[in-house]
Design a protein around this ligand. Sequence first.
Ligand SMILES: [Zn+2]
Length: 350
Amino acid sequence: MVTVAREARGLTQSELAKRLEISQGLLSKVEAGLSPINPALLQGLSRELGYPMEFFVQADPVYGPSTSEFFHRKKSSTPAKLLSQLHAQINIRRIHADRLLRSADPEECRIPRYDPDDFNGSAAEVARAVRAAFQLPRGPVKNVVDVIEDAGGIVFRWRFPTRQVDAVSWWVPGLPPIFVVNADIPADRARYTLCHELGHVVMHQTLRPGMEDEADVFAAEFLMPALDIAPYLQGLDSLQKLTTLKPYWKVSLQALLKRAADLNFIPEGRSRYLWIQLTKAGYRIREPPELDFPHEQPTAISELFELHRDELNYSVEQLSKLLTMYPEDLQQEYGVKPSPDERVQLRRVK
Ligand SMILES: [Zn+2]
């Protein structure tokens, strides 16, 4: 837990040791469980890392990188320190979800696990099977976050320590699958990347070669089923026409154009011409702001907070204890604010 807290705050061992005025050797042994923590050190850790002392004595499991993170680690140029920070933050959010779910009786998770090899190795076929399992109507997916949460998944959205990671998914024992999405990316990309992660959750319990491509094929078919989108993409011949499709399908212009080419709905020459037009218009860096649509907001976690506040009568202080975090962080990370009477009480205590 010391390691998790330190990494979540983006500190190295030597930085934290300096702040605590202890040797890095001692901190290293504390983190390895080779040296006991005395009360003064515990207080120091709590002060420097901004977590209550109870945080450090939690016995919750800490998980290593999921299959979806494995590729970020292997391939991206993101500094390892930022990936560790993100990873630690996910571990903490996962512990929060676990605590909050204990008093709820969540519906059974309906997100299936399919082996692509049972579908002729076709991730597109898996995507169609998942759409059928969720009973989605034909055409665009209205709200990806709702689809995932209605099926029993949990979506978190916050600003990651790095802009180079769009989303990560975890499915650990005893919990529903967790999807975390970077609040720093545009709404169209968030939808796509969540579908990519859904593909991993459904198909990739273990690493397999080509899994990144499979997750992309899954996402494309899930958001833009070939059969349904064919009439919209066949005969596509201008950037103007392409821009009319974005608000309806709620995917980026680039994803639409790539889809048209991948499915051979337009000749190669025309696809090249449209890519040039798109680049010239500057849309590869920033798609037209007038086509932006609002971000999809997760609700599963906020509903769990409402349950604790309204039905189980948890005060902000009790919730902070449950999640071993300070009330300021509870408000900042989850928007949980004291009710008017609690504010009066808190002031009186002061
Ligand atoms: Zn991936």
